[in-house]
Design a binder for this molecule. Structure first.
Ligand code: HEM
Length: 502
């Protein structure tokens, strides 16, 4: 047989496998909706899954190419499995494409096991409340720098929003100060984020459904994913390694800012051989986990403030009373500004940045009489939980006041932060740090600026549209708004603060 004949035979075998798998989707299984890959739209799949909840209830299952997916759309079901049985459900499903591009050692994609334990231990020690002394000065300093940039280039606020979490994390994790105009590491990191999102895009890569495709030679038709993955892998490696090497050479020269990497590198001689590799990938995980999520919430904050002047004014009254215009807010003001915390809760409820989280059981399990086999995709639909009308009346309205304290001193509606950051042993290690970062940003921006919709040529406000991207993390689409300084004194305060942080 010629090379071409071989290719045709192998292609036919592949088509055969795919057709057989599609057939199995339509096989009538107990308790499974007639769902298949082609009914789930690539854009806004969450809303589609929400409709399935109405049809099939809060716990349903479907199969795609022989893989089993279990959807948990109700908080109590998610807690039953992912929290009460966390020792079974703390793994992740296999994602061959993430492995091919070298992201399989990233915390988010690690299966349960000793490497995950070590990685999470490092992250939690760095991000929990006891480490605040280390990171608060950086959070405050970079936020004041952000205010300064907003003063000077308000029209560029989207670019500056993208840079703030990167500036904070790169400084904390690698002791690296970014160049806001054009930074090599930030560009590498953005590439890393884009490639990871593409590589883990559900339904995009056949190899994720048929892992054995990896074993076939690259020259066969349909194997283009292999070349794509190998190019992507070298770009991902560049970001993962380069900042780590930067810390090592700065430490060797004795010119460095203490950071997560430098502090842990110092422990290297006491640890085993794998430790440096774990450290490299943990640092990259902190970057990937801590930038995109915070950027999305910051964008939503600006969008909601432009649309809701009443909410903005209420928060500003509190800020004026507590702080005035002779000093800027700082982290220690958080406990005295409860309405800012209500805004944070409502931002994260209104648009849960990670709308669906995916866990996987390490062994077969039975729930409500149904078998959940080892390795299945168990997906908690956080978006459905945060839009449950019986818990959050008028769920599509932005209303921070739903989290005001009642007369007994507890918040009026359930706290969404209890599930927005995920579940059990895989919950977000950055939760505390994220809440601190968002408080610092929101309090500082509202203290300094009034945010309004842009005006059109007839001087009429052009209220921005509330629309979101789709993907593993969900972002507001680009919009415009305008900023007015609230007090000339606060401008002087910002100028002074930025000088003192130079
Ligand atoms: C608005 C802010 C954030 C939100 C809404 C958020 C949400 C989440 C969610 C839902 C998960 C998956 C949990 C699960 O599977 O049960 C997660 C995982 C993770 N997050 Fe966050 N996150 C945020 C900020 C951060 C920050 C600031 C960092 C680090 C600096 C971070 C680092 C991580 C990491 C490393 C994981 C993977 C943990 C694992 O798989 O074991 N996140 N986050």
């Amino acid at each position: 047989m010629s090379l071409r004949d071989h290719a045709i035979v192998i292609s036919l075998i592949l088509i055969g496998i795919i057709v057989a798998s599609i057939k199995c989707v339509f096989r009538n299984e107990h308790a499974s909706p007639p769902g298949n890959l082609f009914q789930v739209p690539r854009r806004y799949p969450i809303k589609h899954f929400a409709k399935w909840k109405d049809l099939y209830g809060p716990f349903f299952h479907f199969r795609i190419f022989g893989r089993r997916f279990f959807m948990l759309s109700d908080l109590s079901v998610a807690q039953d499995l992912l929290e009460k049985r966390t020792s079974t459900y703390s793994s992740r499903p296999e994602l061959p494409m993430a492995k091919l591009i070298g992201r399989d050692k990233t915390a988010l994609f690690l299966p349960a096991g000793s490497r995950l334990k070590e990685t999470r231990k490092l992250m939690i020690a760095f991000l929990n409340a006891r480490s605040e002394e280390f990171y608060i000065p950086v959070l405050e300093g970079e936020t004041y720098r952000f205010l300064h940039r907003l003063l000077r280039e308000p029209e560029d606020f989207f670019r500056n929003i993208n840079s703030l979490p990167s500036a904070i994390i790169l400084k904390l994790v690698y002791g690296y100060q970014i160049d806001y105009e054009d930074d090599y590491f930030v560009q590498l990191a953005e590439k890393l984020g884009r490639l990871t999102t593409e590589a883990t895009d559900p339904g995009r890569w056949l190899v994720d459904s048929f892992p054995r495709l990896q074993l076939l030679p690259s020259w066969l038709p349909g194997m283009g994913f292999k070349n794509w993955a190998s190019e992507a892998r070298s770009k991902c490696e560049a970001f993962i390694r380069a900042p780590h090497e930067f810390v090592k050479s700065s430490v060797a020269k004795g010119q460095y800012l203490p950071s997560f990497t430098s502090l842990n590198l110092a422990k290297l001689p006491l640890k085993g051989n794998d430790y440096e590799d774990i450290l490299i990938h943990t640092s990259a995980s902190l970057y990937s986990g801590g930038t995109d999520t915070v950027v999305s919430t910051m964008k939503l904050f600006f969008l909601m403030m432009a649309i809701h002047p009443d909410i903005q004014e209420r928060a500003q009254k509190d800020l004026d009373l507590l702080i005035g215009d002779e000093r800027a807010p700082c982290i220690s003001d958080q406990s005295s500004l409860p309405f800012i915390d209500c805004i944070i809760k409502e931002l994260l409820r209104f648009n849960p940045v990670v709308p669906i989280v995916i866990h996987s059981p390490e062994k077969d399990d039975i729930y409500n009489g149904y078998l959940i086999p080892k390795g299945s995709w168990v997906m908690a639909n956080i978006w459905c939980m945060s839009h449950e009308a019986s818990v959050y009346p008028e769920p599509h309205e932005f209303k921070p006041e739903r989290f005001d304290m009642n007369s007994e001193g507890s918040i009026q509606q359930s706290d969404p932060l209890e599930f927005i950051f995920g579940f059990g042993r895989r919950n977000c290690p950055g939760r505390h740090f994220a809440e601190r970062s968002l408080f610092m940003l929101i309090a500082s921006v509202l203290w300094a600026f009034k945010i309004s919709p842009e005006k059109n040529c007839n001087d009429q406000p052009r209220v921005p549209e509330v629309a979101f991207s789709t993907g593993h993390t969900v972002h507001p689409l680009p919009f415009h708004c305008s900023f007015q300084v609230r007090s000339t004194k606060s401008v002087a305060v910002i100028e002074e603060l930025v000088k003192s942080f130079e």
